[in-house]
Design a protein around this ligand. Structure first.
Ligand code: NDP
Length: 611
């Protein structure tokens, strides 16, 4: 491929489709993928246990001693992030006052409790990402909120709904066991608690178990090191709000990884370190961020009753192939979807066959990625560095990133991109990091190496569940997840799972899934209580029918084996037959949300058995 056919100079300049050599791009994408494929897949990463367990220590809140609990509550929720807060809020609204949230962190917030690295920010617009804004009367300060504001909002929700009263922080569930005679769950934790609960919710999130790259010699490093989700401000100076990391002024720092986390913290490190080495295996695609403060006057104009639900629905409709005339949110996600849709709509109606639509989608993808690569050229002054920062894959192969200071950081003389040409870091020594036989001596290594995704659900939660008739959830799901609506599991009465899969599966705005799940669970629990039922369980038939319906869909929309490896595609390994079930409602997210609303409002809760 010649540089001139694909590397259109000038960021955001309109691209001439005719100048894009599609075959050359397809070839380049395949070559770059093949460089990165490795047989060990998820096994390449290290679990933070044993000698590495200290990487999980909480640097933010000391663990307070407390006595073990042996009482009974109506509802226990595992996970104090958005899922727990939203379900807790809806339960309180539905009149369930004793909701106990169990959280392994020292406060509410989940991912926003742990991820306090400098520059941490949400890539989804705050007006749709931050839950319960209307209920708590809060107006976010920026279009894309920074982490401290989101964490403070989690605490606001906790206070607003009285969820602190019963919460157990720094507590991890070890075991859950259903007692059929008493129709209750027995909960055992790492703090010695053994208490009972009538209902159980689980929202442990998809990205909460940090992992380290399995680089030879990693444990031999004698300098300082930490994972981005446990940022050590005592070592770096500065704070989560972005104050200068002043203790790094005389330090040589390595950051390993260039995913969404690194993209956000590299500019802060570049500002502060004596020397910063960014070790890259695969570049991220980094598009324009264009953050801005929210104007209170403008906000007052949009915030009429029901505004947040309208915004949520509008975003989802713009995202999921809907036909919304208006785009209220106007961000990178809706831009992406609208581009794809507009290209498909350019096809004459009688030519909208599946292959033609996929080709139009690919054209729109090539165009977008060319823009993103041109942006690198326009911003990064060193030609070689610019070339190495270009992402050669289709945009949804990896998490798209948005930032207005990341690429610029590579123009600082103290910031060095160490590209590994897809191979990853070769070795870590007691004093530095080795790539292609060259050692880069450093004082500190920061691992921006992400979180476990492809591992089993029970490994990530840290506990298994024993349901009716002694059946373990790990056994029941041995051939893949089975639920009704992604929430109810046959054989596990009074238990609810809160996550997107097998429901709307809306990945670009996860909180929308959680909002609806919270409403659904509160409605089911309210109904059970009103009906005097001790237990509620999905029937085997209803679960089987739901799974059959899910399998009529197009299958997984992300995770193509053609993509460069990453957690979206099980690190390029065949995920096996189980992955077939990691799908959403076939008619799409908007249709699912309409369906579930009608299912709840009908008041019959079809498919559930109350006894
Ligand atoms: P990722 O898993 O996305 O990135 C890990 C990085 O480590 C990748 O660049 C990976 O390279 C690299 N890596 C792994 N092994 C090696 C190795 N041996 N040598 C060199 N590099 C290596 O983790 P993140 O923490 O960045 O992001 C995780 C997710 O968290 C995101 O995808 C996103 O969903 C979420 N997030 C959301 C944000 C938001 O705005 N809401 C902000 C930040 C994160 P390779 O790509 O080659 O595997």
């Amino acid at each position: 491929m010649s540089e001139s056919t694909t590397l259109t100079p000038g960021a955001q300049a309109p691209l001439d489709q005719a100048r894009i050599d599609k075959d050359a791009l397809r070839r380049k994408y395949r070559e770059e993928r093949d460089k990165r494929l490795r047989p060990d897949g998820n096994e390449q990463y290290l679990r933070l246990a044993g000698q590495l367990a200290h990487y999980l220590d909480d640097p933010y809140t000391p663990v307070a001693p407390r006595k073990p609990l042996t009482d009974h509550v109506t509802f226990t929720f595992i996970g104090g992030g958005f899922a727990g807060l939203m379900t807790g809020a809806r339960l309180v609204e539905a009149g369930v006052s004793d909701v106990r949230i169990i959280e392994k962190g020292g406060d509410f917030g989940g991912t926003w409790y742990w991820n306090r690295y400098p520059g941490a920010q949400c890539d989804t617009a705050s007006l749709i990402y931050m839950p319960l804004l209307e209920e708590t009367g809060y107006m976010p300060t920026e279009k894309y909120a920074h982490a401290p504001e989101i964490l403070a909002h989690c605490q606001r929700i906790g206070r607003h709904y009285g969820l602190y009263d019963n919460a157990l922080f720094h507590t991890e569930v070890r075991d859950l066991e259903w007692d059929e005679d008493r129709c209750i769950w027995i909960v055992r934790t790492n703090r010695g608690d053994t208490f009972t609960t009538q209902f159980l919710g689980m929202g442990t999130g998809p990205l909460h178990v940090p992992k380290l790259p399995g680089i030879p010699g990693i444990t031999s490093f004698e300098g300082h090191s930490f994972h981005t989700s446990r940022w050590d401000y005592a070592y770096t100076g500065g704070d989560p709000s972005g104050a200068l990391l002043d203790k790094l002024a005389d330090k040589r720092v390595a950051i390993i990884g260039t995913g969404a986390t690194a993209v956000q913290c590299v500019p802060h490190l570049a500002r502060a370190c004596k020397a910063l080495y960014v070790f890259q295996r695969t570049p991220s695609s980094v598009d324009v961020r264009a953050n801005a403060p929210i104007d209170p006057e403008w906000f007052a104009g949009i915030a009429s009753p029901g505004w947040q639900q309208r915004w949520l629905e509008n975003f989802t409709e713009n995202q999921a192939g809907g036909t919304a005339a208006e785009d209220l949110v106007q961000d990178g996600w809706t831009d992406l979807s609208r581009r794809i849709r507009s290209r498909i709509m350019q096809l004459p109606a009688d030519q909208r066959t599946v292959p033609n639509m996929l080709a139009a989608y690919e054209d729109s993808d090539f165009e977008k990625m060319e823009e993103i690569r041109a942006r690198v050229d326009a911003i990064v002054t060193d030609r070689d560095t610019a070339q190495k920062l270009k992402a050669w894959y289709r945009q949804l192969c990896k998490r798209p990133c948005f930032h207005d200071a990341y690429l610029q950081a590579f123009n600082s003389p103290n910031t060095h991109l160490i590209d590994t040409d897809g191979k990853g870091v070769e070795r870590i020594t007691p004093t530095g990091v080795v790539v292609a036989g060259v050692e880069y001596p450093v004082d500190c290594i920061i691992y921006a190496s992400g979180f476990e995704v492809g591992t089993d659900y029970t490994r990530r939660t840290g506990f298994d569940m024993t349901g009716r008739d002694g059946r373990k959830l790990s056994e029941y799901w041995a051939n893949g997840m089975r639920t009704l609506h992604g929430i109810h599991v046959h054989g596990f009465p009074n238990a609810f799972i809160v996550q997107p899969t097998q429901g709307a599966n809306l990945i670009s705005n996860v909180p929308h899934n959680l909002t609806e799940a919270g409403r659904t669970i509160a409605a089911v629990v309210r109904h059970a209580r009103d009906a005097g039922a001790r237990a509620v369980e999905v029937t085997e038939q209803a679960e089987a029918d739901w799974i059959a319906l899910l399998l009529t869909g197009m299958g997984r929309m992300i995770g193509s084996p053609d993509c460069t490896p990453g957690y979206y595609n099980n690190e390029g390994q065949d995920p096996g037959p189980k992955a077939r079930l990691n799908v959403g409602y076939p008619a799409g997210a908007t249709a699912y949300f309409r369906y579930i609303d009608a299912w709840r409002n009908a008041g019959e809760f079809a498919g559930l058995e109350f006894r």
